[in-house]
Design a protein. Sequence first.
Length: 566
Amino acid sequence: MNTTEAEKKEYLNFIHQIIEEDLKNGKHGGRVHTRFPPEPNGYLHIGHAKAICLNFNTAEKYKGLCNLRFDDTNPAKEEEEYVTSIKEDVHWLGFDWGDRLYWASDYFQQMYDFAIEMIRKGKAYVCDLTPDEIREYRGTPTEKGKNSPFRDRSVEENLILFEKMKKGEFPNGSRTLRAKIDMSHPNMNMRDPIMYRIVHATHHNTGDQWCVYPMYDWAHGLEDSIEGITHSLCTLEFEDHRPLYDWFLDQLEGVHRPQQIEFARLNLNFTVMSKRKLLELVRLGLVKGWDDPRMPTISGMRRRGFPAAAIRDFADRIGLAKRESTVDVALLEFCVREELNRVAERRMAVLNPVKVVITNYPAGQVEMMEAVNNPEDEGAGTRQVPFSREIYIEKDDFMENPPKKFYRLAPGREVRLRYAYLVTCTNVIKDEKGEILEIHCTYDPETRGGNTPDGRKVKTTLHWVSCDHAVQATIRQYDRLFKVENPLSDPEKDYKEFIHEHSLDIVENCQLEPDLKNFKPGQFIQFERLGYFIADPDATDDNLIFNRTITLRDTWAKIQQQENQK
């Protein structure tokens, strides 16, 4: 069946519909050129991941180009650490900007020259109002602003003053260069916006060359224009700035005209997405850094074990909208589980161990059991797991007096050991306080590999680790950082009050399959029956550390329901 043009459009998001119409009409010479323009004043988060995927995927879809451009217009807040992390994040997500790495500072001289052109045309002036006075003169959304008393300075005086600003002859905050538009304009962004401010600070790229720095509204359109960007994709907070974006370009002779298009930013529940608040969490020590696995930063998610493919899948699933909305973090977690189920090898690990002694198994004997690495991937093959007389199982997998519907190990009950044998509990050894020291079992040698030749039914299969062969590790069990859907919903409360007290639980002395000591930082793994984990960069040969990425199932809703019923 042939697909009509109208049907094809239904499969496109609204941005791609605009681009296809532009291509059809020959706009921009049939080119598509996008950019991702981060500010190097913090680490990227999951909302930026959506923008990265949109810009790079759009360029790829239409055989165009995408630039990585750092908006380094504020030297007071920028650090090389942020630049490094942003590059790493974009590459990790699977995108490459090739030779198109740019900086706003690459264009400082051109921007300055354009500002001179604006002054000569009578479209910009130097203003001596203080920041507080500028806000006062600006008016409100319902009240018109009033002209600055310095608005009518001559072109000659403005040129002289702006040159002195550039040379550093005035202190911070004493003067600005403002566009001369309309102080009664209904859009407050058009009320003589600031183009340049004085900042005496060393810039990480240009050193002490400049004492005046462009404001983002002035720089944004010029950067896009100079780079030949065709479609400047921005989040919705820039919608009211678009008239100013266009106005600035309209005033300049012979410049390229990009098209700004806005889309809704990503809002995710159970977290905060404000860079300011994320920085506050870091500075107050409420998290271990920008890459703390509880943070919504890309580096935090990478360290927690979220695969890049899962984040790209998430960005694709949520799509694009023109209205703000909040996405359930459960969808992101679903994408992570789907990807990890496909790619993560399986291993056995016992986080809360209790010893089991198989009394009729020969002392000193070791058998190698064949275990499947990943049932979802035949190419992953198998491995050999050592089995011996003494093994560890999870304490929670045994109950001396089990309630109804508890099907795991109990006195007189038979269970299957994964890849090994069927065992039956015969005795329990306790210390003087009544704590269980050992569980004694017998095994059926006819059930090697967990088979039951006689067809008898066994309801439960337990994971285990051989005591003599286990390696010890620390497990960091991460959960959502906040325990409420919207930590910012109550203006009377500090969002930090809603931090989940069990967002990180550290479990020591966990017992793992021996080959896990060879796992490298960044390797994904599923601990059977427990969840998905990743080897942490802090790990050493003598100190294995694994981070829990996510549980096997979404238990959060059940936990919340139980809490609400208390």
